[in-house]
Design a protein around this ligand. Structure first.
Ligand code: NCD
Length: 327
């Protein structure tokens, strides 16, 4: 399918991006479409003036109820490179602090005439609830333990950039699976593309049931290290742990941290990935993040182009620019 046809086909279908399953009945095809469009936006990002008029006149608002550095800046940069207007809603200084309800907040934002709402919230399901109220496109930038679809897309793009086809690739996702929306979205996306995914964690950091998860489970990182194509580390989610799920961070690192010694046992081609923010010295040794096969900064860089692709797919049709990328 050509780029334009693919994009117009998608416009008809995807109204929101709340979960990986929103990419369509054929998730792999949906991801491929985002990847192809991302290639074009990577090219735009490398220009002297990395900006195209694709979303001129459109407004994207970010509504972050939870802290963020990279996701928020990444969406904002993506929107600006597409010439959209951006609005930033800081919950901490808004009327939410005066007790305004979520519904009233959304109604107020929509009355200003916005086209997309990028939302992050500590509770799973909030973006879907907002999508039911709002007529704008809603993009989930992370909801509780549930999903973080644009993170998964940028991770797919980064793996594809370095290793090519995902089919048959052996990927370990290591750490706090239980509290991780990144793990949930990545498992859905990686397995849809044919990767072989193993979750590696102590039993207390796994969800109570893994029924229906298309993954293998391991409690032994050392045993699988040499076979991996990707070693994906998750941040220990200290803010989401109400119980003592591990004896201590030191013990966690001893068994599940990617230390220098463990990183030495990875293949030369094996990618080391992390969504950030890293707890250096906990899930990843400080120096390991600087190794040549650590692609953590590539993940951040690719995040902008991937989010440009997502915004363009959701909002790009019907603009004066007509969806052409070479304007
Ligand atoms: C992640 C998040 O907030 O879900 N960060 C991110 O978006 N890059 C991962 C995390 O906080 O551990």
């Amino acid at each position: 399918m050509s780029r334009q046809t693919a994009a117009s086909h998608r416009h008809g279908e995807m109204r929101n991006l709340l979960a990986i399953s929103d990419l369509g009945p054929d998730i792999a095809a949906g991801i491929e479409e985002v990847m192809t469009l991302t290639d074009s936006f990577v090219e735009v990002s490398e220009r002297a003036i990395p900006k195209v008029p694709a979303l001129r006149g459109r407004t994207v608002v970010s509504l972050f109820f939870e802290d963020s550095t990279r996701t928020r800046l990444s969406f904002e940069t993506a929107a600006k490179r597409l010439s959209a207007d951006t609005m930033n809603f800081s919950v901490g200084t808004s009327s939410v602090k005066k007790g305004e309800s979520l519904r009233d907040t959304i109604e107020t934002i929509e009355a200003m005439g916005v086209d997309a709402i990028v939302v992050r919230h500590a509770s799973a399901g909030v973006p879907r609830q907002i999508a039911q109220w709002a007529s704008s496109a809603v993009i989930n930038a992370g909801d509780g333990w549930h999903e973080h679809p644009t993170q998964a897309l940028l991770d797919c793009y980064t793996i594809r950039e370095h290793l090519g086809d995902m089919r048959g690739r052996r990927i370990a996702i290591v750490g706090d699976i239980k509290h991780s929306r990144v793990a949930r979205s990545n498992i859905a996306a990686f397995t849809a593309l044919g990767a072989d995914v193993t979750v590696v964690a102590p039993p207390t950091l796994l969800p109570p049931s893994l029924e229906g998860w298309p993954v293998k489970v391991s409690h032994d990182l050392d045993a699988i290290l040499p076979e991996l194509d990707v070693c994906y580390l998750l941040r220990m989610q200290r803010e989401r742990m109400n119980e003592a799920l591990i004896p201590s961070l030191r013990e966690y690192t001893a068994l599940f941290g990617l230390t220098d010694e463990r990183a030495d046992r990875l293949g030369d081609h094996t990618l080391i990935m992390h969504p950030g923010p890293m707890n250096r010295g906990v899930e990843i040794a400080a120096e390991v993040a600087e190794r040549p096969n650590a692609v953590i900064i590539d993940q951040v860089r690719n995040g902008v182009a991937v989010r440009m692709a997502v915004l363009f797919l959701l909002l790009g049709s019907g603009t004066a620019w007509g969806g052409e990328l070479d304007g």
